[in-house]
Structure formats: structure tokens, C-alpha cells
Design a protein around this ligand. Structure first.
Ligand code: HEM
Ligand code: HEM
Length: 161
């Protein structure tokens, strides 16, 4: 593939990361739902517990969590790569640092998994880190859409010129 044919892909590349990240946000909210069910199952008693156990929430949460970990790290790397490819530089701004922070948070909360069953405080730390993660995700969605708007208006100006 020549560089010219890659250049033809440029306009589409800019939209790949934002679209993918909205899908990742949906996966993160599903992980939150499953996590809440894990907690409800653990704290329930008697018949209610029996019914909840059938949902296999712990396994499903761990599986979706692992997928979330992978797509979030890849998505952040993708964001940086696309920015560099389309504008020739990495934009040093709030979206970059919040994104890097999210990669750190999700790696740490996943690394806590083997220690969670034994220590309640580690479990609380897992939940706290992930709630901060979801808060930052909301911020990323807002700043991300602002960047998309900037790219679209730049494309319109370039097209007109
Ligand atoms: C949106 C992100 C996430 C949220 C909001 C979240 C939330 C939770 C919650 C509320 C619990 C239940 C704790 C309790 O029983 O009191 C939990 C447990 C757990 N989480 Fe997460 N989590 C997230 C991401 C992840 C990720 C990325 C992984 C691993 C790759 C993961 C693995 C686990 C595991 C293994 C458990 C324990 C399940 C068990 O009790 O067997 N979670 N999480
Ligand atoms: C719905 C949410 C999101 C939208 C709409 C969005 C949108 C964007 C856009 C348009 C760019 C610029 C790409 C270019 O210049 O062609 C970008 C860059 C980037 N994104 Fe996102 N993004 C979102 C979520 C995330 C998340 C969750 C992360 C991290 C986990 C992240 C990490 C990055 C990074 C590191 C860059 C490169 C630095 C920069 O340009 O600021 N983004 N994003």
C-alpha cells in the first residue's frame, strides 16, 4: 500500500475512534450493570440468592470486564495514532490526559482482581477506581464530540477553499 492510498483514508480514520468509543461506553455501562448484580448476589440470602446465582453474574462481569480492558487500551492507542497520522502531531490537551488516566485506572482495577476475594477494601478500591473511570468516560464523550465538531468544520473549510 502506498502512502497516497493511506492519505485517501484520512477523513474516515478520524471518525473510527469516536464511533468505536461510543460502543466502548455501552460496554462499560453493561459492565457496571453486571458488577452491581455481582454485589447484589454476594449480599443476598436464601431464595433470593439462589435465583441471583443462576444469572452467573460474576463470570459474565469478569468476561465483559476483560473485553472492556482490551478495547479501552486499544482505543486510546488508536486515538493517539489517528491524531498523529491526520494532523502530524499529538494534541496535548485534556482529552489526551483523561484518556491516559483511564488506561491507568482500568489496568489497576483489573490488576486488583486476584486480591479482591480476600480483602474487602480491595473490592471497594476496584469499585471506586471504576466509578472514577466512568466519570472520566462522560468527560471524554463531551470533549471527544467537541473534537469531532472541530474536525468536521475544518473539513468543511478545506473543502470550500
Ligand atoms: C465499568 C467498570 C467496572 C465496574 C463499574 C465494576 C464494578 C464491580 C462491582 C460493583 C463488583 C462487585 C463487588 C462486590 O461484590 O461487592 C465487581 C466485582 C468484580 N469485578 Fe468489576 N467492575 C468493572 C470492571 C471490571 C474489570 C475491567 C474487570 C477485570 C478485567 C473486573 C473484574 C471483576 C471481578 C473478577 C469481580 C469479582 C467477581 C466475584 O465476586 O467473583 N471488573 N466489579
Ligand atoms: C465517546 C467518546 C469519545 C469520542 C467521541 C472521542 C473522540 C476523539 C477524537 C475526534 C479524537 C481526535 C482524532 C483525530 O485527531 O483524528 C480523539 C483523540 C484521542 N482520544 Fe478520544 N474520544 C472518545 C473517548 C475516548 C476515550 C474513552 C479514550 C481513552 C480511553 C480516548 C483517548 C483518546 C486519545 C489518547 C486521543 C489522542 C489525543 C488527542 O487528540 O487529544 N478517547 N478522540
Amino acid at each position: 500500500m502506498t502512502l497516497d492510498s493511506l492519505v485517501a483514508l484520512k477523513p474516515y480514520l478520524s471518525f473510527f475512534h469516536p464511533i468505536m468509543m461510543w460502543i466502548v461506553l455501552a460496554i462499560a455501562l453493561y459492565a457496571l450493570y453486571l458488577g452491581v448484580q455481582v454485589r447484589r448476589t454476594r449480599l443476598a440470602e436464601g431464595e433470593a440468592k439462589k435465583a441471583l446465582v443462576k444469572g452467573r453474574f460474576a463470570i459474565r462481569h469478569h468476561q465483559i470486564g476483560s473485553i472492556l480492558l482490551a478495547v479501552m487500551v486499544l482505543g486510546a492507542i488508536g486515538g493517539i495514532t489517528v491524531t498523529y497520522f491526520t494532523s502530524g502531531k499529538i494534541v496535548i490537551g485534556p482529552h489526551l490526559f483523561a484518556g491516559l488516566g483511564m488506561v491507568g485506572l482500568i489496568s489497576t482495577s483489573s490488576a486488583l482482581v486476584p486480591f479482591m476475594q480476600k480483602h474487602d477494601w480491595v473490592r471497594s478500591l476496584h469499585i471506586s477506581l471504576n466509578l472514577i473511570l466512568l466519570g472520566l468516560f462522560g468527560w471524554q464523550a463531551v470533549t471527544g464530540v467537541q473534537i469531532v465538531q472541530k474536525i468536521v468544520s475544518q473539513m468543511a473549510t478545506n473543502g470550500a477553499g
